[in-house]
Each structure stands twice: as structure tokens, then as C-alpha cells.
Design a protein around this ligand. Structure first.
Ligand code: NAD
Length: 257
């Protein structure tokens, strides 16, 4: 029970990494505030948490909206009395996100609103709550693309994840002496809806797999397990980290045959 007595708020918890994190955190004793734009998906996650004997509550919030972000944090404190763990995980990858010449301003703005402003608002309202709880852990989901370029462009997404990474480092530095750790979790390519909806042919999948030393996509639960470490006291000396969980993709020059 690595999170016994803790309250965790997870955004984007109606799917993928966020849902798996809700399940893993609850197994380790945390009470979970399951946040998603899609309320039905959030409620489904709560159902899964309860089925395994855990405690959770669902709420709809658009993390790019200040009022929604303030309300989700208030709900955590009202329902469970405190907030110790904030997992700013919600993110989007827009179908029309491309290179500098072709990407529309509206695509750029939407991507930054959710991926960057969403993390900022989570921290803006979450940090005072975590301070009131006596300290805790913030995990911001960036991506391996924050440290690696690709010739299959998603310029707004890539830039947004770079922003999450640099914002995380600065927040970690600001709040280090008040018991608030802030780390960036950088997943490699995963077998979740977010990526697989684009990699819809074997040829497209192979184009990526050749770069991953392990020769496979990651699973959402493998990222949730890394988030669990960062959330727990086992990571008590870990802050400001670029925590890459990527099957070795960022370490590779030539990959095995
Ligand atoms: P996913 O699409 O399965 O889940 C994302 C969830 O976020 C969805 O349930 C969606 O409804 C929710 N969401 C979207 N916009 C929102 C908003 N404005 N407010 C609240 N919720 C919102 O994706 P995933 O693969 O689990 O990705 C989670 C995070 O991991 C994202 O930040 C993503 O960028 C990042 N990531 C994913 C991969 C990958 O390969 N899948 C790789 C690196 C990083």
C-alpha cells in the first residue's frame, strides 16, 4: 500500500494512461478523483476502481478552462479532505497537426490550450491544495517527443510537450523546499487510442517500431507504474526529473536487427 491515506487527482483518467493510473493508485490505497472531458468515460473508470475495492469519484472538467480546473481541485478537498497527488495527464494530439507551413493557428492554439495551459491550471489550483495537505507530488505528462524530433511532424504537439518539460523543471525548483515534488513523465510510443488512431496500417506501425530497441509499443499500465513511483514516497529525492519510459527509443542510434 504505497499510497495509503493519499488523495490523488488524475486528469484524462477516462482512458489510456490516466485510467490505468487510477486503477494502480487505488490498488496502492489512494482515493482517486477521476477527471475527464468525457464524463461517461470518467464514470466508467470509477466503476472499474470500485470493482477492485477502491474509492473514487468522477467529474467532468476541461483542463484548459480555469474554472473547471479550480472546481476539480475543490472537489478533491471537499470529498476526501485533502489533495496529495496531482497527475496532470490529459493531453491531445490533433489530426491536423503537421509542419509549420500546413498547421492552422486554431490547431496550434487548441493543442497549447489543453497540453500546456491545462498543466498550468492544474498547478495553479493544485499547488495551494497540496501545500495545505503538507506537501505531495505533481506529475506532468510530457512525452519522449519533448527531447527527440521526428520527420513525421506534429509541430504543435511536440512544442507543447517541450513546454510541459520546461515548466515542470521550473516548478520543481520553485517548490522543492516546501515538500512539493514536480516531475515530468515522458512516455514513449504507446499502444493507446491517442497514437493507434494514426498508426492504422502495419506499414505506419513498422515505420516507428524500427526505432524502438524493444521492438514494441509500450502499454498504458507501464506508464502508470512509473507514475506510481513518482507519486509515492519511494521517489522522495526525485524532483525536476525528465522521467523517460520509452522502451529505449531516446537512447538508440542503431537498433537491433
Ligand atoms: P488517451 O487519448 O487514451 O487519453 C486522454 C484522455 O484525456 C481522454 O480520456 C480524453 O477525453 C481526455 N482529455 C482530452 N482533452 C481533455 C481536456 N481538455 N480536459 C480533460 N480531459 C481531456 O491518451 P493517452 O495515450 O492515455 O495519453 C495521456 C497523456 O500521455 C497525454 O498527455 C499524451 O499526450 C501523453 N503521451 C501519450 C503517448 C502515446 O503514445 N499514447 C506518448 C507520449 C505521451
Amino acid at each position: 500500500m504505497r499510497l495509503a491515506g493519499k488523495v490523488a487527482l488524475i486528469t484524462g483518467a477516462g482512458s489510456g494512461i490516466g485510467r490505468q493510473a487510477a486503477l494502480r493508485f487505488a490498488q496502492e490505497g489512494a482515493k482517486i478523483v477521476v477527471v475527464d472531458l468525457n464524463l461517461a468515460a470518467a464514470e466508467e473508470t470509477v466503476g472499474l476502481v470500485k470493482k477492485q475495492g477502491g474509492e473514487a469519484i468522477a467529474t467532468r472538467a476541461d483542463v484548459s478552462k480555469a474554472a473547471d480546473s479550480a472546481a476539480m481541485v475543490a472537489l478533491a478537498e471537499e470529498t476526501y479532505g485533502a489533495l496529495h497527488i496531482l497527475f496532470n495527464n490529459a493531453g491531445i494530439s490533433h489530426a491536423d497537426d503537421d509542419n509549420a507551413e500546413t498547421t492552422e493557428e486554431s490547431v496550434w492554439d487548441l493543442t497549447f490550450d489543453v497540453n500546456v495551459k491545462g498543466v498550468f491550471f492544474g498547478c495553479k489550483y493544485g499547488i495551494p491544495a497540496i501545500r495545505r495537505a503538507g506537501g505531495g507530488s505533481i506529475i506532468n505528462t510530457a512525452s519522449f517527443v519533448a527531447v527527440l524530433g521526428a520527420a513525421t511532424p506534429q509541430l504543435a504537439y511536440t512544442a507543447s510537450k517541450g513546454a510541459v518539460l520546461s515548466m515542470t523543471r521550473e516548478l520543481a525548483t520553485i517548490h522543492a523546499r516546501e515538500g512539493i515534488r514536480v516531475n515530468a513523465l515522458c512516455p514513449g510510443p504507446l499502444r493507446t487510442e491517442l497514437l493507434m488512431k494514426y498508426l492504422n496500417t502495419e506499414e505506419k506501425r513498422q515505420r516507428r517500431l524500427v526505432h524502438i530497441p524493444m521492438g514494441r509499443f509500450g502499454e498504458a499500465v507501464e506508464i502508470a507504474n512509473a507514475a506510481l513511483f513518482l507519486a509515492s514516497d519511494e521517489a522522495s529525492f526525485t524532483t525536476g526529473a525528465t522521467f523517460l519510459v520509452d522502451g529505449g527509443i531516446t537512447a538508440a542510434y542503431v537498433t537491433p536487427e
